[in-house]
Write a protein that binds this ligand. Structure first.
Ligand SMILES: [Zn+2]
Length: 450
């Protein structure tokens, strides 16, 4: 199996000679040194961190685990005063990304980048993508890319460095047209938002258009269920890779290797920790918790112990590809995306995805929680491919019972279920926003247990 290209890339970035292997010891020592440097940098340059760390000793770190003593940065901190994080003059900022949380009136998050910060992202895209494509290939990018330094634009630049042509299509509005583009432009690889590529797979399986032979698909910008990956692998008959990242991590975080067994983080630029979201203490190795990230090399707006709200874990043991780089297990949900129903049962979009997207006729769905006669009610509006009727509704109800705990909860009368089949052509979500359950209950009676 081919080793992740991130191995040799990171070996070079931390200053090892090409003939010396990347070792955990060397990478840990590099990360510790970078953490010390970035802490000194933010205390000097960022008003937010100068205040936050005012009482801490000058040289706080003697080993990586000392990071657990430092305070966290919350998304709310960025929302309330983004300029307090900026370490440079605004003239040096090349791009500002404004992140608006859909469905809320909260202040947006603003994230600042210098050209050097974005160069690190381009470099990661260049090396990370070499798992999926080779020189001469063409990649169709189903992500936003019109503006300079947008994800699509950075990816085009990264791919060009390895002789691969990146073609920005943008988010998918018309699945048949996107499939036709694959054929017309002789595309080798797709990069897209999971549910949108899933829509395309359903059209493909319905025999609407045959897009030729793809080598690979890379999914990004939302969590992905096994059912979805399975459907894409079957429809397009190629490996399906996943990328994890967020704007706050420089639009890039980690990417799967040929083993398809977890994301390798870009460890020369990011330091990940996993904490218990309730106690904020580090979890034991291999346990699931909230991902916390420190950016080691960003200059405009470094983040220290940033609470991502995403739940994940480090997979213990070496990767089958042979690298010593860590592996993050697939990020399954956001913490705020898990809805307690009873003390023993919670519901999340990944659970619904696993059940509903495995029903062959289902293309997408919307989920809503409310109360009916004082009890929680889950209403699903499912979008199915042409001609699906009552049998599909029954298949959906049957599939829901496979969600661990749901059947018992419903049978005990603690949750009512309603499934509607939405008529007409399914709307395709056109943005990279994460999918969610709309919770309209007046109160959430139980606290979340992982
Ligand atoms: Zn690997």
């Amino acid at each position: 199996m081919t080793r992740t290209p991130l191995d040799s890339w990171i070996r070079g970035k931390i200053g090892l000679q090409p003939d010396s292997p990347l070792t955990r010891w060397a990478l840990d020592a590099f990360q510790l040194e970078k953490l010390r440097q970035i802490l000194t940098y933010v205390r000097e340059k960022s008003p937010f961190y100068r205040r936050l760390m005012a009482g801490l000793p000058e040289h706080a770190l003697t080993c990586l685990s000392d990071m657990a003593m430092l305070p966290f940065t919350a998304p709310e901190d960025i929302r309330s005063a983004p300029l307090q994080f900026l370490c440079l003059s605004q003239d040096e900022v090349a791009r500002v990304v404004t992140l608006q949380t859909s469905g809320t009136t909260r202040a947006p998050k603003r994230i600042f980048f210098t050209e050097e910060d974005l160069e690190l992202t381009i470099d990661f895209y260049h090396h990370g993508m070499s798992t999926m494509v080779s020189p001469g290939d063409r990649v169709l990018i189903l992500m936003p890319g019109e503006t300079p330094f947008s994800v699509g634009d950075l990816l085009v630049q990264g791919l060009a460095r390895m002789g691969v042509e990146g073609i920005v299509h943008g988010p998918v509005h018309d699945t048949e047209a996107a499939l036709r583009t694959i054929l017309d432009r002789r595309i080798d690889c797709l990069v897209g938002i999971p549910i949108q590529v899933f829509h395309m797979a359903k059209d493909l399986l319905a025999g609407k258009i045959f897009p030729g032979r793809l080598k690979s698909i890379l999914l990004s910008a939302d969590h992905v269920s096994d059912a979805l990956v399975e459907a894409l692998t079957q429809a397009f008959r190629c490996p399906v890779y996943q990328h994890y990242g967020m704007t706050e991590t420089g639009l890039a975080g980690g990417v799967e290797c040929a083993a398809l067994a977890g994301y390798h983080p870009r460890e020369a630029d990011l330091y990940f920790e996993i904490i218990d979201p309730d106690t904020a203490l580090p979890v034991k190795e291999g346990e699931t918790g909230e991902l916390v990230v420190t950016t080691l090399t960003q200059r405009a707006m470094p983040l220290i112990r940033y609470r991502t709200g995403d739940l994940g874990r480090f997979i213990p043991g070496p990767c089958p590809c042979g690298t010593i780089l860590k592996r993050l297990g697939r990020v399954q949900a956001r913490r705020k995306g898990i809805f307690p129903i009873t003390p023993a049962f919670s519901l999340s979009v990944p659970q619904l995805d696993s059940a509903l997207l495995a029903v062959p006729a289902v293309v997408n769905y919307e989920a809503r929680l409310d109360e009916n006669q004082g009890k929680p009610r889950l209403t699903l509006s499912a979008y199915a491919i042409d001609g699906a009727g009552e049998p599909v509704r029954r298949q959906i109800l049957k599939a829901l019972r496979h969600i661990p705990g749901l059947r018992e909860t419903a049978e005990a009368g603690h949750l009512a279920l309603a499934v509607n089949l939405a008529a007409g052509k399914p709307p395709i979500s056109t943005g990279p926003q994460k999918r969610r359950i709309i919770d309209q209950r007046s109160q959430t009676p139980y606290t979340l247990k992982l």
